[in-house]
Write a protein that binds this ligand. Structure first.
Ligand SMILES: N[C@@H](CCC(=O)N[C@@H](CS)C(=O)NCC(=O)O)C(=O)O
Length: 246
């Protein structure tokens, strides 16, 4: 069997922070790829055919011919390793900057992603109102934004002096800070970096993939509705507030 790349890319994704990450690099490189939207509302990602591609039953996943890659950062690394020959959005493997980039990617995968994901869950999707859960995960998300701020108050980009997949990975999540009512003006370096990234044509295109037919306004309304549903549980039997621990 020949070695990759196979130039036969299919991305399985949805309109979520992790779902956006691979789209950002695929679009920057102008690669040809098919998109298979996965409906996570109906648990399509738990179906047997999909578990063959991603045994973790989550989006995103990538196929290149018969080869599969799962976990969003693994997909970004696969795409840059195999398709970014000029190293436009990565660094040469084995160099100091490569490991600096990898560190910021892991920071997102092990920190911002899981913590902000839990904060979003407690704030907008939980079947109970848990002030403890909201506070714990929102505070940790803010602490992590503070770590980004230390770097971005002194530098335009996370790793070295160019836009890399480390910026893309962290951007996908931090752009959603306002959903947690995080005051982004507390992080001015992060705010400027978000704007720098948002202005890129490839980013604007990527944000419309997969095409859900929903405008930004519709998405904001949906989030506001979800938060109102959780708020309405406050003070009811589904309120798990543990006031002493706050
Ligand atoms: N560590 C995984 C996380 C993937 C993940 O949590 N994806 C979410 C959407 S952002 C998902 O598939 N949720 C549906 C589910 O949990 O079944 C990655 O980075 O790819």
């Amino acid at each position: 069997m020949s070695s990759p790349p196979y130039n036969a890319l299919t991305l399985y994704t949805a309109g979520t922070p992790n779902g956006l990450k691979p789209v950002l690099i695929l679009e920057e490189l102008g690669l040809k790829y098919d998109v298979k939207p996965i409906n996570i509302m109906t648990n399509e990602q738990k179906q047997d055919w999909y578990l063959d591609i991603n045994p973790n039953g989550r989006i995103p996943a990538l196929k290149d011919g018969d080869l599969r890659v799962f976990e969003s950062a693994a997909i970004m690394l696969y795409v840059t390793d195999l398709y970014d020959k000029e190293k436009q959005f990565t660094y040469d493997y084995g160099t100091a900057l490569y490991y600096e980039m990898l560190s910021w990617i892991m920071f997102q995968m092990g920190g911002i992603g899981p913590m902000q994901g839990q904060a979003n869950h407690f704030r907008a999707f939980a079947p109970v109102y848990s002030a403890y859960g909201i506070k714990r995960y929102t505070d940790e998300t803010k602490r992590l934004y503070g770590v980004l701020e230390i770097r971005l108050s002194k530098s335009d980009w996370l790793a070295g002096d160019k836009y890399t997949i480390a910026d893309m990975a962290n951007y996908s999540w931090t752009r959603g800070g306002p959903m947690l009512d995080i005051d982004m003006s507390e992080f001015p370096g992060v705010q400027k970096w978000l704007k720098r990234i948002e202005d890129r044509p490839a980013v604007q295109k990527a944000r419309k993939i997969p095409d859900t037919g929903r405008s930004e306004e519709d998405i904001q309304k949906m989030i506001a509705g979800a938060k109102a549903r959780v708020d309405a549980l406050m003070g009811t039997a589904k309120d798990e507030t543990v006031k002493d621990e706050l």
